[in-house]
Design a binder for this molecule. Structure first.
Ligand code: DGL
Length: 255
């Protein structure tokens, strides 16, 4: 099974980590559109263009499925439609909403980028499942960028605290930005009474189900290739430093 994952930057690695747990043999190609990171404050039509490009880029690599590692892109897709591809596309928002209902039943929090919150994608996905849900969505204009730059822990903690203070009434909090899953422990510390939900876990289970249906659950060479359209060497160093995945077995050439 060859999987293509994309994000604006490092956050997609958290998606790769869950995929690797579910599908140890899969060949994973991770594409980061770092030329345009952070996505979360950009124009929605521009983001739709990036989404189309990212999907086409991975499709051209002959992947068996595309796993969207970016909530902002999934939120944009709820507004403009998911671009068509010849392979299945797995999104995070539906996965996150399913996971939230599996652990809690009423007061949901969502921490995400401004674009994701503005589209209302998570709110809709939760309300469709139960119209009586209470949903608090908090956008941070800075947190994804700070994580991408690997800012000092104190700065990250302060940004998380600001979000957490507003999500205190919630009994389940969805990390609605894959970058946030890189600092999941800071969210758990700041919100000790809430279940912290990383939608990528549920998403990876859906991908594993699909692989099983296709009889490809154990196929592949377990490779991991990271690919960026920005500074390739610096990116690969960061990917390997984070140690969330196996070391890259190769670098793809930047476009
Ligand atoms: N990691 C992305 C997300 O899940 C985008 C963060 C950003 O580039 O602003 O929303």
């Amino acid at each position: 099974m060859k999987l293509g994952v994309f994000d604006s930057g490092l956050g997609g690695l958290t998606v790769v980590r869950h995929l690797r747990e579910q599908l140890p043999q899969a060949d994973i190609l991770f594409y980061a559109d770092q030329l345009h990171v952070p996505y979360g404050l950009r124009d929605q039509e521009e983001l739709y263009g990036f989404l189309c490009n990212n999907i086409a880029t991975l499709e051209a690599q002959g992947v068996d499925a595309i796993v969207v590692g970016c909530n902002t892109s999934c939120a944009i897709a709820t507004k403009f439609g998911m671009p068509k591809a010849s392979v299945p596309i797995f999104d995070l928002v539906e996965a996150g909403a399913n996971a939230a209902f599996a652990v809690a039943s009423n007061r949901f929090g969502v921490a995400a980028t401004p674009v994701t919150v503005n589209t209302g994608a998570y709110r809709r996905a939760l309300m469709v499942r139960d119209a009586a849900s209470e949903v608090i969505e908090i956008a941070s204009p800075v947190l994804a960028g700070l994580i991408e730059q690997q800012a000092p822990a104190a700065q990250l903690r302060a940004a998380v605290q600001e979000i957490a203070d507003l999500l205190r009434p919630c009994n389940a909090v969805i990390l609605g930005c894959s970058h946030y899953a890189l600092i999941e422990e800071l969210f758990s510390e700041a919100l000790p009474y809430a279940a912290i939900i990383d939608p990528a876990r549920e998403q990876a289970l859906a991908v594993a189900n699909y692989a099983r249906e296709q009889g490809k659950q154990t196929s592949g060479g377990a490779s991991f290739v990271a690919w960026t359209n920005a500074d390739t060497r610096a990116f690969i160093d960061k990917v390997n430093q984070l140690g969330l995945t196996q070391p890259c077995s190769g670098l793809a050439v930047a476009r």
